[in-house]
Design a binder for this molecule. Structure first.
Ligand code: CO8
Length: 266
């Protein structure tokens, strides 16, 4: 099944090269802050990418050299009502869930500030690569609010309760190397290398068997929400399903024939 790409995007840029889609949040004047319109475009684009079988890996970054995403748009937050705020949080959570469970890897290329909703969006991605100039954090506490796009949950799962609570309660951002040390980002590179590194990793991931990639992401994400025994059963079920694919036969045959496998996504 395919789903049409949005005809027009005001706040995002999309570039597709081979099997890799580069998605750029493009509001540099406000450091790529996420307003409702941007979140909605992101939702529609992510759904189209999910259903586009020619795309095997997505890179997400921010326009300009200063910022990945400096958070939710504070102009919109400042006028939220209780019900509106809850709805907005849930809409954002839904978009991030879509990204986390896209079924293909999403690499966050963190090119600067990743704050609040920006940090939350990066954490919903499969893998994070940061420029060594990046500053990452959850500064909501300084606005008298709390994270609303599951930052309290994903940060805790990524870096542990103690470090998460310190970041959430102080609101102080951390540098890229500290983020790497605590497991918040996977790699740190000089700013000029960021997209090159992201594209190289994306090419590697895009060359893997797509069904196996999808099931690994599913096993990890769903498994984290299950008791260990149930997660093992889920993994075994997915193993059984992947054993029905042509790619499984190709992968094992190629190994035995001492050649590189050519995966077709079937
Ligand atoms: N929203 C709106 N505008 C922003 C944002 C933002 N998050 N961040 C920066 N901007 C704007 C600034 O207002 C400024 O606009 P202008 O030029 O018109 O004055 C422009 O971007 C450039 O910013 P600065 O001049 O402030 O640039 P600096 O280099 O001096 O500072 C900082 C950069 C440190 C990143 C600073 O801009 C900053 O602290 N930004 C806010 C960061 C923040 O608090 N983010 C968290 C927001 S809350 C959030 O994300 C909650 C998510 C969950 C919501 C749940 C739904 C209800």
């Amino acid at each position: 099944m395919t789903l049409a790409y949005p005809d027009h995007l005001d706040n995002l840029l999309l570039e597709r090269t081979d099997a890799i889609a580069l998605l750029t949040v493009n509001r540099p004047k406000v450091l790529n802050a996420l307003n409702t319109a941007t979140l909605d475009e992101l939702r529609r684009l992510v759904l189209a990418l999910k259903h586009d079988e020619t795309v095997r890996c997505v890179i997400l970054t921010g326009a300009g050299e200063k910022s990945f995403i400096a958070g939710a748009d504070i102009n919109e937050l400042a006028v939220q009502t209780p019900t509106g705020g809850r709805d907005l949080a849930m809409r954002g959570q839904h978009v991030l869930d879509l990204i986390e469970n896209l079924g293909k890897p999403v690499i966050a290329a963190i090119n600067g500030y990743a704050l609040g909703g920006g940090c939350e969006l990066a954490m919903a991605c499969t893998i994070r690569i940061a420029a060594d100039t990046a500053r990452i954090g959850q500064p909501e506490i300084n606005l008298g609010i709390i994270p609303g796009y599951a930052g309290t949950q994903r940060l805790t799962r990524l870096v542990g309760r103690g470090r998460a609570l310190e970041m959430l309660l102080t609101g102080d951002p951390i540098g890229a190397h500290e983020a790497h040390r605590i497991g918040l980002v996977n790699r740190v590179v000089p700013p000029g290398e960021l997209l090159k590194e992201a594209r190289a990793l994306a090419a590697t991931l895009a060359s893997k068997a797509p069904v196996a990639v999808r099931y690994i992401i599913d096993a990890v994400n769903k498994g984290l929400q299950m008791p260990f025994g149930e997660a093992q059963v889920h993994e075994a079920t997915l193993f059984g399903l992947v054993a029905s694919t042509e790619d499984m036969r190709e992968g094992t045959k190629a190994f035995l024939e001492k050649r590189k496998a050519e995966f077709k996504g079937r």
